[in-house]
Design a binder for this molecule. Structure first.
Ligand SMILES: [Zn+2]
Length: 243
């Protein structure tokens, strides 16, 4: 099984975007055991489909990534992609646009992000302002998707290879623009990679669902059943408007 894991914030609030430090450390211990290959995001689709492999992603650029997650990941030399909304850095995640109860927390400054990039962090774009992209006109899409790539390159000297659709919402126009500017783009569709994945609609598994453990059963029948079960639950909640 090949799949991309999604994290957001490392804090003790218990919110839908949060994981506690202790729980994250349990996950990192599993990654560090190398019982499953941990590879950079844009390599994952090149790993043969019959292997067990994963890629680690963090969304939004919270300050607690720098304070808590990064030191543990770096210590174990684990590749990670951090998706940042480029015009929001230095501020907070107060962009609204979701029904989830999410705490408002500080994001990293560009200075902090640039320092981590020097130490080996891989940056991806999470747009410029974290909007619902499908609501924008073509010029807006260009600004958010291409403009954020240019900003990351200007700030860090590295052109990002990956894009992450804010809120996991997008339409075909968004995908077409992402294709022009990035090697891969990730969604919030809850699934492992198929044998021949669409590189600009890559699904991910929200690590939130393994807060209580069980990540070390990666690739087992029980693990696959848990993925199908949560994917089903998420579809139902989306259908009744709760998602
Ligand atoms: Zn986000």
């Amino acid at each position: 099984m090949r799949a991309i894991l999604t994290y957001h914030s490392v804090d003790s609030s218990g919110s839908p975007i949060s994981i506690g430090e202790h729980e994250l450390r349990t996950h990192i211990k599993f990654f560090a055991s190398r019982s499953v290959q941990v590879v950079p995001l844009e390599w994952l689709h090149k790993v043969p489909d019959d292997r067990h492999a994963l890629a680690i992603t963090f969304d939004d650029g919270f300050q607690n990534f720098a304070d808590i997650a990064w030191p543990h990941l770096k210590h174990q030399d684990l590749p990670v992609t951090l998706f940042v909304p480029t015009a929001r850095l230095g501020g907070t995640n107060d962009w609204g646009g979701t029904k989830k109860k999410v705490p408002t927390m500080p994001l990293m400054s560009w200075e902090t992000v640039a320092k981590l990039v020097e130490k080996g962090l891989s940056l991806g774009s999470h747009s410029s302002t974290h909007p619902h992209l499908e609501k924008l006109d073509d010029a807006g899409l260009e600004r958010e998707i291409a403009g954020s790539s240019a900003e990351i390159e200007k700030r860090t000297g590295v052109k990002p290879k990956a894009f992450c659709y804010p809120f996991g919402t997008f339409d075909d126009r968004c995908v077409a623009v992402a294709k022009k500017h990035y090697e891969v783009a990730v969604t919030t569709e809850f699934a492992a990679l198929s044998p021949t994945p669409d590189l600009h609609r890559l699904p991910r598994l929200d690590a939130y669902y393994w807060r209580g453990g069980g990540l070390d059963r990666w690739g087992s029948g029980g693990f696959a059943r848990k993925v199908s079960w949560h994917a089903f639950g998420r579809r139902i909640r989306a259908a009744v408007g709760g998602g």
